[in-house]
Design a protein around this ligand. Structure first.
Ligand code: AMP
Ligand code: TRP
Length: 340
């Protein structure tokens, strides 16, 4: 990790919009756990205010928020080591988000590729929140003066925007207050692709359930989805260069590597010459070996939502204790009168 003058602090978040996928696990949660265990201060959020930028059924949102908390804990996040909470319970996020909406420029927001992808041809009908969402994301990170943000590849642009917002705020108000956080994007699976189309990201919202592995899928479903994953008739080569133009094969190799804690090159050396009929069952076994204990633990935790809510409440108190003074100082810098 690079040097900054701010104390290292990690912040990241995931939307509780259901269907937590293998992409979320490999691109985000698995790495959240590694950072937690490296001894840095870590804060991980269920970003419910982000989720409502598109329609969420209220009961389902509550369920998904608790299920995401259960997934965090089942994957190895420890509420005694990391601060775990849901975003809406710490009002500093929304308040700082407003200040940042007044710092960010329309031109910057117009360049956000995720908005363009999500809005598609229907931009007129999307919520204002979906458009403004990167300034809320900047507030999530900067309300804690976080310096490092583990995310998948698709969030890089939003973390770069966060740096631009921090920089413009510091410059406009002639302060050195907000850090410019670094995105931490590494490992073999920073962009896990759809099992049906190796050129599309594996996503919670893909209409085809066969395109993704969900953290709640049972063993048979995981094995079936991998068996049905789109591939090509060629055997696996012994080096990565020969996978150029074979995005589906490349994706399965990356997934295998990330699950097994190896580099894709190491995996290639072992599987060279194999047909998919041989490789896929090995991958399915590996995926099940990793995911089954997590799914089981999630089910156990979800049986007691009162306990989940208690953990999240404690996390929110700890988060607020950091974010509120930073928000108060921000208001002072901006020129708000402290009347009470
Ligand atoms: P989201 O599900 O959009 O809230 O994403 C939560 C986190 O998971 C972010 O850090 C994303 O970059 C990461 N992520 C989501 N989908 C993938 C994927 N297919 N591959 C790698 N990382 C992903
Ligand atoms: N925008 C992220 C996503 O959709 C989720 C997110 C919200 C986030 N706030 C964040 C990620 C702050 C990292 C830091 O995946």
């Amino acid at each position: 990790m690079g040097e900054t003058k701010h104390t290292p602090r990690v912040f990241s978040g995931i939307q509780p919009s259901g269907n937590l996928t293998l992409g979320n696990y490999l691109g985000a949660v698995k790495r959240f756990v590694e950072m937690q265990n490296s001894g840095i201060e870590t804060i991980y959020c269920m970003v419910d205010l982000h989720a409502i930028t598109v329609w969420q059924d209220p009961e389902t949102l509550r369920h998904n928020t608790r299920e995401l908390a259960a997934a965090y804990i089942a994957c190895g996040l420890d509420p005694a080591k990391s601060i775990l909470f849901n975003q809406s319970q710490v009002s500093a996020h929304a308040e700082l988000g407003w200040v940042f909406s007044c710092v960010a420029r329309l031109g910057w927001m117009n360049r956000m590729t995720q908005f363009k992808d999500k809005a598609g041809k229907n931009a007129e009908k999307t919520s204002l929140g979906l458009y403004a969402y990167p300034s809320l994301m900047a507030a999530d990170i900067l309300a804690y003066h976080a310096t490092h943000v583990p995310v998948g590849e698709d969030q890089k642009q939003h973390v770069e925007l966060t740096r631009d917002i921090a920089n413009k705020f510091n410059h406009d108000f002639k302060v050195d207050f907000f850090p410019e956080p670094e995105p931490i994007i590494d490992g073999a699976a920073t962009r896990v692709m759809s099992l049906r189309d190796g050129t599309k990201k594996m996503s919670k919202s893909d209409p085809s359930d066969l395109s993704r592995i969900n953290m709640t899928d049972d063993t048979d479903t995981i094995a079936k989805k991998i068996r049905k994953a789109k591939t090509d008739p060629e055997p696996l080569p012994d080096n990565l260069d020969d996978l150029a133009g074979r995005p589906e094969a490349r994706n399965l190799i990356n997934i295998y590597a990330a699950l097994d804690g190896k580099t894709p090159e190491q995996v290639m050396a072992c599987v060279a010459g194999q047909q998919f009929g041989q490789f896929k069952p090995a991958l399915a076994d590996l995926a099940v070996a990793h995911l089954a204990p997590i799914t089981e633990e999630m089910t156990r935790l979800m049986a007691d939502v009162t306990e989940i809510d208690r953990v999240l409440g404690k996390g929110a108190d700890r988060a607020a204790a950091i974010a509120e003074p930073i928000l108060a100082q921000t208001y002072d810098i901006v020129g708000m009168v402290r009347s009470r």
